[in-house]
Design a protein around this ligand. Structure first.
Ligand SMILES: C[S@@+](CC[C@H](N)C(=O)[O-])C[C@H]1O[C@@H](n2cnc3c(N)ncnc32)[C@H](O)[C@@H]1O
Length: 353
């Protein structure tokens, strides 16, 4: 390979961090939205966006260089056609998606810790920001607007299976462990009116879930608590649901989560593991990039059902029912293994056959 001027330029361009951060800062400050009404000076925009005028002026000039903004002789800025999708009300808006304070934006910014991931195999986010992704998103108030704007809102990833394929008639109380903004629990309780339930999640999402449950008119049957699934969990529920949780955690930490569910469930309760399988299909454009991104941002994006079964076994659980699987979702019901529950080894009838 020869090193010539253009190779150097290409490499420097590939490694540039100013450009993505400028676009993401512009998205977080909603500059495109502020400029949708009329042209504005740096001073006006700084006031609207709550920014430092001097620094914002430099960002604005760079956004002109990138072709996202235009500037007139009086120092007033307007949005170009290229910048339009940064508006939150644009039909194909990417404003929230690219925001440095958005949920996806924050994952992408964590890629600054990629070197740590490649050296250790650990996720990159804590290396970049000093705390794990969900911990940061749930404890810093700056992310509340993003949690509200980008929240689940609808069940996804074949979560229909959880609601329809599992025999809920035997259960009365369900704890949705890591239940996010309550979307899944609300749907579950709406479709199975005999059920009562609680979302357990970290503080920001627990607050949002509580509000959404009340708005859904389910406050008499449901609520939300702020707690960590790495601590002992509340007892007294029939089903401890883990939907789309374990992919974010190493085997060791997944076993801790499962064990905490098992201990709270006791001999009579069940742990329903509804894991998500995030695979990059062969032939996907930029597949290598996507695989690298997934592996650096979450330790185990896709465990096999056998691997999940094995995790359960390591947590002192045995499979009592195996539900249908789709390419993106599987269902396993566990209960305490006999040895863990009673100290004796004897076969038991599956709760759901
Ligand atoms: C990938 S989301 C899955 C959300 C939801 N269960 C679903 O099926 O859509 C992971 C969830 O785990 C929550 N979480 C992360 N760490 C947690 C912890 N230590 N304790 C409780 N919840 C946690 C996150 O806040 C987030 O809501």
């Amino acid at each position: 390979m020869t090193v010539n001027g253009s190779s150097v330029e290409i490499l420097l361009d590939m490694a540039d961090l100013v450009r993505p951060n400028a676009v993401r800062a512009a998205a977080a400050l909603k500059l495109a939205d502020h400029l949708s009404g009329r042209p504005m000076t740096a001073g006006e925009l700084a006031e609207r966006a709550g920014a430092h005028e001097g620094m914002l002026g430099k960002l604005l000039r760079y956004l002109v260089e990138l072709g996202i903004l235009d500037a007139d002789d009086a120092g007033r800025y307007t949005l170009t056609e290229l910048g339009e999708p940064l508006r939150r009300d644009s039909p194909q808006s990417v404003g929230q998606y690219l925001s440095a304070e958005g949920l996806f934006g924050r994952i992408e910014l964590g890629l600054v810790g990629l070197l740590h991931s490649v050296r250790t195999g650990e996720p990159c986010h804590a290396a970049a920001f000093g705390r794990e992704y969900w911990d940061e998103i749930n404890n810093d108030p700056v992310f509340v607007p993003a949690l509200e704007a980008e929240g689940n809102q609808q069940i996804a990833w074949d979560a229909e299976l959880i609601i329809e394929a599992y025999d809920w008639s035997r259960a009365r109380r369900v704890l949705d462990v890591g239940g996010n903004d309550g979307t899944l629990l609300i749907e579950l309780l709406t479709r199975h009116p005999h059920l009562h339930g609680t979302v357990l999640d970290l503080p920001n999402l627990a607050r949002i879930a509580q509000r959404r449950i009340e708005q859904a008119g389910l406050a008499d049957r449901a609520g939300a608590v702020a707690a960590s699934f790495f601590d002992p969990l509340p007892t007294g529920y029939d089903v401890y649901l883990l939907s789309g949780i374990l992919g974010d955690w190493s085997d060791e930490r997944s076993i801790t989560i499962l064990r905490n569910c098992a201990e709270a469930a006791g001999p009579e309760g069940r742990v329903l593991l509804a894991d998500i399988h995030l695979r990059v299909p062969a032939g996907t454009p930029n597949a290598a990039r996507l695989e690298l991104f997934l592996a650096a941002s979450m330790p185990r994006p896709s465990r096999s059902v056998d691997e999940l079964r094995e995790l359960g076994r390591s947590a002192g659980l045995r499979v009592t029912w195996e539900g249908p699987s789709t390419p993106v979702r599987s269902l396993l019901e566990f209960s305490l293994a006999e040895t863990a529950a009673t100290g004796a080894e004897s076969p038991r009838e599956p709760a759901h056959a």
